[in-house]
Design a binder for this molecule. Sequence first.
Ligand SMILES: [Zn+2]
Ligand SMILES: [Zn+2]
Length: 210
Amino acid sequence: MKYKIIPVTNFYQNCYLIWCKKTFNAALIDPGGEYKKILNVLKKYKLKIKKILITHCHLDHIGAAYILSKILNIPILGPHKNDIFWLKNIKLQNKLFNLPHCIFINNIWLKNKQNIFIGKINFQVYHCPGHTPGHIIFFNKSNKIMISGDIIFKNSVGRTDLPKSNFYVLKNSIKKMTFLLKNKKDIIILPGHGEKTSFYREIKNNMYLK
Ligand SMILES: [Zn+2]
Ligand SMILES: [Zn+2]
């Protein structure tokens, strides 16, 4: 598995281009805006972009998804259907995040423990509400990589001051995921904002999880 981070919007949202080294099949995770910048990156790699995956329906994560799905002729998968509030309230999001209007229509909502494939790479979906009600993460067991969206960051966690968010639900969602830390093997966290971290490090040091 290989990946490239494409930071987009004023929120420096990490859009991930992820691909399988064997098949060159690829996916975009959370293309939150600046679709031209994303297309320019895609030009540099000879990949077969098969799908767009979404962790949650905040505008900084979905802003360029629909236009890219049309240009590249690929489906949008995710997040969990409990994020429908944010999908229906794009105008509210324009004000909240001060980001431009966009259309967002996904093809499939994803369910807890559903499996997604990018070429030969498997990602398991986990429903992790709290930051938004329908937030999901993508976990790749063989490489021990978690694409965590906005649930957890290096030394921080996702905002819970927004409508439909809840700090205790979020904290509980994160703690539930510790079952993934089997045999003391750590997990790399690729978050929606900021630099990568590790799950064990955050469980130990992140003051929001105390
Ligand atoms: Zn968010
Ligand atoms: Zn975000």
